[in-house]
Design a protein around this ligand. Structure first.
Ligand SMILES: [Zn+2]
Ligand SMILES: [Zn+2]
Length: 320
């Protein structure tokens, strides 16, 4: 006669262990290295919250719309786009200006609310992109693996999920940034909860605003975040495909006015690949670069310092 072990003590099968580990990684990215799966293949379980965020946008069909909800969505788009372009990109990835540790953390927090992972993960992958742009080692080249991969396939794979620590030792020494990187789901959850609570309170106290918890959650968080995400990653996909090339760089980067408008200046991507060390990406006066103007304003207020200019040799190269 055989006696079965009680369910609680039965050893987990490898499949259930893999499932449990994947769930754990939604909340704690520390064991990203345990992520299994074939190189270059999307880890669908890990990708589920990303897909869920898109589906949640369909909630607009139920919650309706109001000027208040649209205003909150637009305001959060503007603030968070600036945090991504001004800080995740121009500060954490390229160090084109200096700031205090408090402001560094403040904008890291705002950036983390965009569901584009923590600042260390983001900046480290971006440094890898510049180092190997449009070669085999570029994490997201449309030249090698097509539009969808460069837009949103690459970071859903086990290797795209890991933070490339060797690329970001300068900022990895701050424990608060490592913490943000590890628990990257926390800030978005807090923002979503806050929006729901604020919407519910406004529904009760200010009925004239015609909004609700569901509306602020759906428009202010889900729609705003999904639009912000897709616009941000056009720089990896479309800005390496469509536009003009002022500089004959080794990669396929382009300057694109439409992308520059939507991303507050990041669309001058060929300029940026030619000289990534400048805080400014619109090199000509007419190349609109809202992020640069925002950072100039912050410098004037004394919040950031040492904005790195476009050097004379780069200006001379433009004349040729
Ligand atoms: Zn690029
Ligand atoms: Zn860059």
């Amino acid at each position: 006669m055989t006696v079965e072990a009680p369910a609680a003590t039965r050893p987990a099968t490898p499949a259930t262990r893999r499932f449990a580990a994947a769930l754990r990684r939604w909340f704690d990215t520390a064991d990203a290295d345990s992520a299994t799966g074939r190189q270059g293949r999307i880890d669908w379980l890990r990708a589920a919250p990303f897909i869920g965020m898109h589906l949640a946008c369909l909630g607009v069909l139920w919650v309706g719309v109001s000027a208040t909800a649209l205003g909150v969505a637009a305001g959060l788009y503007v603030l968070r786009m600036f945090a991504i372009t001004g800080f995740y990109h121009r500060y954490f990835a390229h160090r084109t200006f200096r700031t205090s540790r408090a402001l560094q953390f403040t904008f890291a927090l705002i950036g983390a609310s965009c569901v584009q992972r923590g600042p260390l993960w983001w900046a480290a992958h971006h440094r890898e992109h510049h180092q190997h742009a449009d070669t085999e080692r570029d994490p997201h080249s449309p030249r090698l693996r097509g539009f969808l991969w460069s837009h949103m396939g690459w970071f859903l794979t086990p290797e795209g999920f890991r933070t490339r620590w060797a690329r970001i030792p300068d900022f990895a020494r701050y424990p608060e940034l490592r913490w943000l990187d590890r628990y990257d789901i926390l800030v978005p959850v807090v923002l979503a909860t806050l929006l729901f609570v604020i919407g519910t309170v406004l529904h009760r106290l200010a009925p004239g605003l015609h909004t609700s918890g569901g509306q602020l959650l759906t428009w202010g968080f889900f729609v705003s975040t999904v639009v912000l995400f897709h616009v941000t990653v056009t720089i990896n996909s479309l800005a390496h495909r469509f536009g003009t090339r002022r500089f004959a760089t080794d990669d396929d980067s382009r300057n694109n006015l439409w992308l520059a408008l939507l991303t507050f200046g990041e669309g001058w991507h060929n300029n940026h690949h030619f000289f990534p060390g400048s805080v400014r990406q619109g090199f000509r006066w007419w190349e609109l670069d809202l992020t640069f103007y925002g950072l100039r304003l912050m410098a004037w207020l004394g919040l950031v310092q040492g904005l790195k200019p476009v050097p004379a040799r780069v200006r001379r190269a433009m004349e040729r």
